[in-house]
Design a protein around this ligand. Structure first.
Ligand SMILES: [Zn+2]
Ligand SMILES: [Zn+2]
Ligand SMILES: [Zn+2]
Length: 169
């Protein structure tokens, strides 16, 4: 994410918290800021390592509490299958269904709008009498860049990094 996008998202988060009368403490804001700097999803422990650079006394519960808050406010999503977290790009729609495309090679997570999917899911839920509250669609595969690299067969004369293995799912 570039710095203007980051600044915009953080301002948006601050405004939403003000509107909702919830407290976005400097620590929670810092966790969100660190997350916006990630190209993909990040685990709680990797976040803790980053947070400790500015707050050496931070402990796992510090990060988990911040993550819980950010999840509650709909600012981030949990990527269940990768046991990590990613910033949401649709802050203003707290109850949206998110479709997360997860690259198994580089870890990049792209969130896409789910026109059609959301309707299908709620219809399926309704038909079975299920009260749907929250859903995340997680799709695994290769991002555009990694697809190119994985289909490259001239390993000796290219500039790709072929040392990264694709995670088996
Ligand atoms: Zn989202
Ligand atoms: Zn990738
Ligand atoms: Zn190559």
């Amino acid at each position: 994410m570039n710095s203007t996008t980051t600044a915009k998202l953080l301002t948006q988060a601050e405004q939403l918290c003000q509107q909702r009368s919830v407290r976005l403490t400097p620590q929670r804001l810092e966790v969100l800021r660190l997350m916006t700097e990630q190209p993909g999803a990040i685990s709680a422990y990797d976040l803790l390592d980053l947070l400790r650079k500015t707050e050496p006394q931070a402990k796992p519960p510090t990060v988990y509490r911040a993550l819980d808050f950010l999840l509650e406010q709909g600012f981030i999503h949990r990527v269940e299958s990768a046991n990590s977290y990613v910033v949401c790009h649709h802050f203003e729609e707290p109850s949206h269904t998110s479709a997360l495309f997860i690259c198994d090679r580089c870890g990049l997570v792209t969130e896409k709008t789910t026109d059609g999917i959301e309707e299908r899911l709620s219809k399926l839920a309704k038909d079975s009498g299920f009260a749907l509250r929250h859903s995340v669609v997680e799709a695994h595969g290769l991002c555009a860049e990694c697809s190119v690299i994985e289909s490259c067969d001239s390993h000796d004369c290219c500039e790709h990094d072929h040392s990264i293995a694709v995670k088996k799912r």
